[in-house]
Write a protein that binds this ligand. Structure first.
Ligand code: PLP
Length: 442
């Protein structure tokens, strides 16, 4: 019996023993090709010596000191590096221990900003239906994921949800992709007018939607229209790059593809590549200065924030990404993986859409390609696919996404940026075999 409280109470996964590059190995000696970085975390692959060395050096010097008493060289250097990577208007990083904490920080910071500048009546967030921003109550409040929210709904903050940009499902035959993007972005304006813009704190979105919709990119022009609406009505734009950030899309920040700059952006998963738990909330000068020159104190904080060992791991990760040209590699290898997926699955009867950017890609599964009807949620296909893929030596990330309130299915691929062409071939082969074993035969 396991005394660990596993998320699936009746399912004990294999026990991990070691890792090497693109592979993880369990205690039975089974090897798994990592095509999803866990949950888009392991951007450097496993057991990268540069990161291990940096962690060891930090442990030898000082593993931890509370931020109420000390700052650390590793946290200062990490925040500086993030400020250098960010657009010129973003110069401060609030360092926490993961994605939910980073989003929770973003929400509280945005609220405190309006209190500091004398607009405490702003209490409302607008977010999108196909989105996940974390499992803490604040982050869950602004997420659109119905099944995750359901048991906790009475405890959640009141948030208004609008449609995401989901062209595969929602673009009409009589409009171009651009027109569709503008139409759906204008839902933000409509919601603002309904709620009263002076009551709204900000709008929250993942630039590329991860777990709830499967590497869903927006149509060109969507996010610039969103930014323009936020500016026109003076609300904050908060981007969640916990999953899609830190180079995964082929730019360090996914918003760089959109030509916009947010007021706040959260990053986490790839920040220390899984070698340590860490997240960061990057804050624009406008917000930082309002708090610094106002009360001078952000009403927030965690015991393990700016943890020196986690910061050392993140610093080594970012340095390695830069030195090994891995963000460019994510773009190049992403193109190669996407075209291999098209080659393998374009004519597959149950693969409705292949999408994503860089090494953040997904297949949307449908029971019928013409009507785009999803498979029944009762099939819990995502669980069967995950188990079968593991059996076939492949780690991929199948999820039951939400489509107009119904459950659909997709498979997310987010491999380490060190991926090579042999791995790409092995991923498509193993995935094809897995689908063959899991989906009905025509
Ligand atoms: N935001 C997004 C977009 C995520 O994908 C996740 C995790 O999957 C989170 C926030 C929450 O991060 P964490 O699980 O580290 O708390």
């Amino acid at each position: 019996m396991s005394h660990v409280f596993h998320r699936h109470c009746h399912h004990l996964p294999p026990t991990i023993a070691s890792g090497n590059g693109m592979y993880l190995i369990d205690t039975q000696g089974n090897e798994y090709l990592d095509a999803c970085g866990g949950a888009a975390v392991s951007c450097l692959g496993h057991n990268h010596l540069a990161v291990l060395d940096a962690i060891h050096r930090q442990l030898d010097a000082i593993p931890y000191a509370h931020t109420g008493f000390f700052t650390s060289e590793s946290s200062e250097a990490l925040a500086k590096m993030l400020a250098d990577l960010a657009p010129p208007s973003i110069n401060h990083a609030y360092l926490v221990s993961g994605g939910s904490e980073a989003m929770e920080t973003a929400l509280k910071l945005a609220r405190q900003y309006w209190v500091e500048v004398g607009e405490p009546q702003r209490q409302h967030f607008i977010a999108r239906r196909q989105s996940y921003h974390g499992n803490t109550l604040g982050a869950l409040s602004v997420g659109g994921n119905a099944w995750r929210r359901a048991p906790f709904a009475p405890l959640l903050m009141d948030t208004s949800l609008i449609a995401p940009c989901y062209a595969y499902r929602d673009q009409r035959p009589d409009e171009t992709a651009y027109e569709y993007g503008q139409r759906v972005a204008n839902e933000l304006e409509a919601m603002l007018l309904e709620k009263g813009p002076e009551t709204v704190i900000g709008f929250i979105a993942e630039p590329v939607v991860g777990a709830t919709a499967g590497a869903l990119t927006a149509e060109a022009g969507y996010f610039s229209r969103i930014r323009a609406i936020c500016d026109q009505y003076n609300i904050l734009l908060i981007l969640d790059e916990v999953m899609c950030g830190t180079g995964r899309t082929g730019r360090f920040f996914a918003f760089e593809h959109e030509g916009i700059v947010p007021d706040i952006v959260a990053i986490a998963k790839g920040l220390a590549a899984g070698y340590q738990p860490i997240g960061a909330t990057l804050v624009s000068d406008r917000l930082y200065e309002a708090i610094a020159s106002g009360s001078g104190f952000f009403q927030h904080g965690h015991t393990f924030m700016a943890h020196p060992t986690a910061c050392a791991a993140a610093l080594a990760t970012l340095t390695t990404l830069e030195q090994e040209g891995l963000v460019d590699a994510a773009e190049q290898q992403g193109k190669a993986l996407k075209s291999a997926l098209h080659h393998q699955f374009d004519s597959h009867p149950f693969v409705g859409d292949i999408r994503g950017r860089g090494l953040f890609l997904a297949l949307e599964l449908v029971a019928d390609k013409t009507s785009k009807r999803p498979f029944s949620p009762e099939l819990t296909l995502h669980q069967t696919i995950k188990k079968t893929a593991m059996h076939n030596g492949l780690m991929c990330y199948p999820m039951g996404g939400t489509i107009d309130g119904r459950q659909g299915h997709h498979i997310l691929l987010a491999p380490p940026y060190i991926i090579e062409s042999t791995h790409i071939a092995a991923i498509t082969d193993k995935l094809a075999l897995t689908l063959e074993m899991c989906l009905p035969h025509q």
